[in-house]
Design a protein around this ligand. Structure first.
Ligand code: ZN
Length: 338
C-alpha cells in the first residue's frame, strides 16, 4: 500500500494579484508540511500539462480560448473574484494535468491512493464559465479521464470545500455515472447547493447536497457522513472515489464560517477510505480545492495524508458506531421505528 502526493513549485506561477486569498503561498504551506513529514514513506509525483482534448472533455471551446487568451498578459479579470497573470493558463493546464497524472496512477493501482496539491482550484468552473478562483475543473476532468481511459462507469466525487461546487454539479447534473456529493455552507457563495437539487433525467438522485448553516463543526460533518453520505456511497458502489478537498471549512479559514478541525478532516477521510476499500480496492484521489489559512492548510493536509497512509484497520475497528447502529436498527425493527 502506497500513497502518492503531487505538488510542484510551478503551481506558484498563477498569481491572481495582491491580497487575493487564493495565493501562491498556499503551495508553500503544503511544501512545508511535506518537508516536515515524519509519517510513512510517500511517493512524490510530478505533474504534466493537460492536453487540449482533456480540457475539452469537460469544457466548451470558448472557455478554453478565454483562458488561453490570458497567456502573457500581466492581469486579466475573468470576473470580480477570478483573476489571471501571465502564466495562469500554463499553471491551470499543469493543475488539470497533474490531477490526471495521479488519477492514472491510482486507477492502474501503481499507487493505492493520492493527494494532488494543485492550484488554481477547479470545482466552481462550469462547462462554459471559469469562476470563483477556478479556471479549469480539475475533478471533473479526472472523472472524465477515468471513464474514457480506464473504462470506469461509476465515479463518486465528494466535495467538502465550504463552498458548493456548482461547476462539478452542473457538468454531471444529468449523468448517473458520476455521483456528486457536496457538504457546504448555505446560503453562501456561489448561491447553489439546495438539498432539493437532485440531478436531472437519468441523473436524478445522483446529485446529493448537504447544505449546512454556518457554525457546523466536526460532529455535524461526521453525522452527515454516518447518516447520509456513507449509506448513499455504499449503495452507489463507486469504482473510484475523488475528493474535492477544500480546507476552507476549517475553523481558522478567513472566508468560511464553519468549525471543522483537523480531527474532522481525519474522520471524513476515514469514512471515504472505508467506502473505497469495500467498493473499489481503496482507489481514492484527493484534490486540493479552497482553503485560505496557511496553518489550516498545513495541519489539515497533514491529517488527511496521515489517514491515507494508514494501513487497513483490523476488522473489529472497522465496526464503528455506524455499523453497530445499522445492525441495531435491523434487530429492533420489529419493535421500534428508528
Ligand atoms: Zn471554497
Amino acid at each position: 500500500m502506497r500513497t502518492a502526493v503531487l505538488v510542484d513549485p510551478r503551481y506558484r506561477d498563477h498569481d491572481p494579484g495582491p491580497h487575493h486569498p487564493e495565493r501562491p503561498e498556499r503551495i508553500d504551506a503544503v511544501e512545508a508540511m511535506l518537508h516536515d513529514w515524519r509519517g510513512a514513506p510517500i511517493e512524490r509525483v510530478r505533474p504534466r500539462l493537460a492536453s487540449e482534448g482533456e480540457i475539452l472533455a469537460v469544457h466548451a471551446a470558448p472557455l478554453l480560448e478565454a483562458v488561453r487568451a490570458t497567456e502573457g498578459k500581466a492581469h486579466v479579470a475573468i470576473d470580480a473574484d477570478t483573476h489571471t497573470s501571465a502564466r495562469s493558463y500554463e499553471t491551470a493546464l499543469l493543475a488539470a494535468g497533474g490531477v490526471l497524472e495521479l488519477a492514472d496512477l491510482v486507477a492502474r493501482r501503481d499507487v493505492q491512493n493520492g493527494f494532488a496539491f494543485v492550484r488554481p482550484p477547479g470545482h466552481h468552473a462550469t462547462r462554459a464559465q471559469s469562476m470563483g478562483f477556478c479556471l479549469f475543473n480539475n475533478a471533473a476532468a479526472a472523472a472524465e479521464r477515468l471513464r474514457a481511459e480506464h473504462g470506469l462507469e461509476r465515479i463518486a466525487i465528494v466535495d467538502w470545500d465550504v463552498h458548493h461546487g456548482n461547476g462539478t454539479e452542473a457538468i454531471f447534473y444529468d449523468d448517473p455515472g458520476v455521483l456528486y456529493v457536496s457538504l457546504h455552507q448555505y446560503p453562501f457563495y456561489p448561491g447553489t447547493g439546495a438539498a432539493t437539487d437532485l440531478g436531472r433525467g437519468a441523473g436524478t438522485g445522483f446529485n446529493v447536497n448537504v447544505p449546512f448553516s454556518a457554525g457546523v463543526g466536526d460532529l455535524g460533518y461526521a453525522l452527515a457522513f454516518q447518516e447520509v453520505i456513507e449509506p448513499v456511497l455504499r449503495q452507489f458502489a463507486p469504482q473510484f472515489v475523488i475528493v474535492s478537498a477544500g480546507f476552507d471549512c476549517h475553523h481558522r479559514d478567513p472566508l468560511g464560517g464553519m468549525e471543522v478541525t483537523e480531527e474532522g478532516f481525519r474522520a471524513m477521510t476515514r469514512s471515504l477510505l472505508s467506502v473505497a476499500r469495500d467498493s473499489c480496492e481503496g482507489r481514492l484521489l484527493a484534490i486540493l480545492e479552497g482553503g485560505y489559512d496557511l496553518d489550516a492548510i498545513r495541519g489539515s493536509s497533514r491529517a488527511v495524508l496521515e489517514e491515507l497512509c494508514r494501513p487497513d484497520p483490523p476488522v473489529e475497528e472497522m465496526l464503528g458506531p455506524a455499523h453497530l447502529f445499522e445492525q441495531l436498527k435491523g434487530i429492533l425493527a420489529p419493535h421500534w421505528r428508528l
